[in-house]
Design a protein around this ligand. Structure first.
Ligand SMILES: Cc1cc2nc3c(=O)[nH]c(=O)nc-3n(C[C@H](O)[C@H](O)[C@H](O)COP(=O)(O)OP(=O)(O)OC[C@H]3O[C@@H](n4cnc5c(N)ncnc54)[C@H](O)[C@@H]3O)c2cc1C
Length: 464
């Protein structure tokens, strides 16, 4: 071990939102020391390279690290999110994480941040600037990279682009935007939707946009996941609807049709059955705007942008050198296989609640801080893969519903959740009074339907 060796109780690999949420909780609950290492120049992970008009999809109040609120707790007063909880911009998120590091973590004297450096499986950290190699002596290595999303700025599209054609990552859209000419948005995940919405919000005529939708998605309705005690009724209704619709459904598709009838999930085109589910969240206003785009292309994935045509899996459409093609094909959903969270001296941060990597990282840290045996810790922290399609979402629900029941029965875990600002559900559940009859009725409907839902999931998922 050389003099430059990095010595800490925990080495957290990846200083994105997940790694920071874990580190923050460990700092709160223990006296341990932490080394945070990241390839990037700063903390905050992918948000450092996000497109300029990116915003959270979910309220700021439930994002970030447990010990520090994000945002001002207000509502948007204009735009497609009007009347709903504010959504932090990429710039706000980056500056928030910088403040977490500089104002909270480093002053403890228990955290060191090692930027521009890569952790290698040999157990060494290599500086991407100088090439210097440092050894690590840590009690635990925490892998906070498993759910790191692919993003447009650093992702290479799989299709080819002929010389002279304009094709750029979504990050360049504001720079390439001009008053005339056609714009082709390639991809229909949340980034593709954001690109279309940004164009429309800035006055682009819908007719100018061609939107390539390789696969349609089910979308969550943001109105149901608002924060504040007065909004809890919507969330309580949502979780009750989810289990009730599963319990009553006759097929996987029928689960979603039932949820759609209650406006719990939405889709771009009611005539098309979505085959994708990535937890993207929209408002009804955003949905109406997206539906105003007349030129929608559903011919599969793009394979080539040629001088006069775009070649897709199932056909071609015309294009030309003046058209701006915007790549939104990086998938925010990574397909890392689920593995035990706790494995000896290694910890793998993964989702414990579907599509909630940050809450999950903080809960994993609480369990790490309060227990010693891996078997006991893994019984509480059961990893869920990221959902890619409707069946995946139901699979994750089958596991998560059991975990929710288990967590309620473990006193310190239930107490952690009830006090965690990253948990959108439990603190407000804990705050209910006997006079909150509408909310209590929804929670009762939720509890009553969990068992029937679990039984139905066995039937629905058997063929899969
Ligand atoms: C456009 C967009 C909007 C989103 N909105 C929301 C939202 O509203 N709510 C929500 O909960 N989630 C949202 N997400 C999901 C989001 O991905 C997570 O919330 C979270 O930011 C992911 O953080 P992470 O730490 O897992 O990954 P990252 O932010 O990617 O961080 C991982 C870090 O690990 C580093 N790294 C990887 N390998 C190594 C190595 N070997 N050595 C050193 N460093 C390494 C990388 O450089 C990276 O900085 C959104 C995602 C996108 C793309």
């Amino acid at each position: 071990m050389g003099p430059d060796a990095i010595v800490a109780d925990y080495l957290v690999v990846g200083a994105g939102a997940a790694g920071l949420a874990f580190a923050d909780q460990i700092l709160t609950e223990t006296t341990a020391t932490i080394a945070l290492v990241d390839r990037r120049h700063s903390v905050g992970g992918h948000w450092n390279d996000a497109y300029p008009f990116v915003r959270l999809h979910q309220p700021s109040s439930n994002y970030g690290v447990n010990s520090r609120p994000l945002g001002y707790g207000g509502k948007d007063t204009s735009g497609y999110n009007e009347g709903l909880d504010e959504l932090a911009s990429g710039a706000e998120i980056v500056s928030y994480f910088e403040a977490v590091l500089q104002q909270q973590m480093l002053p403890t004297g228990r955290v060191q941040f090692i930027p521009m450096s890569e952790y290698r499986s040999t157990g060494e950290i290599v500086s991407l600037v100088s090439g210097a190699v440092r050894r690590v002596k840590a009690r635990k290595i925490v892998d906070a990279t498993l759910h790191s999303p692919a993003i447009s700025a650093t992702h290479k599209p799989v299709y080819t682009v002929a010389a002279g054609m304009i094709c750029a990552p979504v990050n360049d859209l504001p720079r390439l935007f001009r008053p005339e000419g056609r714009i082709v948005i390639i991809g229909a995940g949340k980034t593709g939707m954001d690109a279309c919405l940004w164009l429309l919000a800035n006055g682009a005529a819908p007719q100018r946009i061609t939107w390539i939708i390789p696969r349609d998605s089910w979308l969550f309705n943001r109105a149901n996941v608002q924060t504040g005690q007065d909004q809890f009724i919507n969330l309580a209704r949502l979780i009750a609807d989810e289990v009730e619709c599963i319990a009553q459904a006759s097929s996987v598709d029928n689960v979603f049709e039932r949820l759609e009838a209650r406006r719990a999930v939405l889709r771009i085109d009611p005539a098309i059955t979505p085959r994708m589910h990535h937890c993207a969240t929209v408002t009804e206003g955003e949905l109406a705007a997206l539906r105003s785009i007349p030129h929608i292309v559903r011919l599969g994935r793009v394979t080539a942008i040629e001088a006069q045509q775009i070649v897709l899996e199932k056909g071609t459409i015309p294009t030309d050198r003046d058209t701006v093609h915007i790549d939104c094909t990086a998938s925010a959903i990574t397909n890392a296989e689920a593995r035990p969270v706790f494995a000896g001296n290694q910890t793998f941060l993964q989702n414990l609640r579907v599509c909630q990597p940050i809450f999950s990282a903080a809960l994993i840290a609480h369990v790490e801080a309060s227990r010693t045996e891996d078997a006991e810790k893994n019984a509480i922290c059961v990893p869920l893969p990221m959902p890619g399609n409707p069946v995946d979402w139901l699979r994750t629900m089958a596991v998560e519903l059991l975990c929710r029941l288990r967590w309620r029965a473990i006193a310190d875990v239930a107490a952690f959740m009830a006090s965690s600002r990253l948990d959108s559900l439990t603190p407000r559940m804990a705050n209910l009074r006997s006079t909150d009859s509408a909310e209590l009725a929804e929670l009762d409907r939720y509890i009553r339907n969990i068992k029937p839902a679990l039984m139905k999931l066995k039937v629905l998922l058997a063929p899969a």
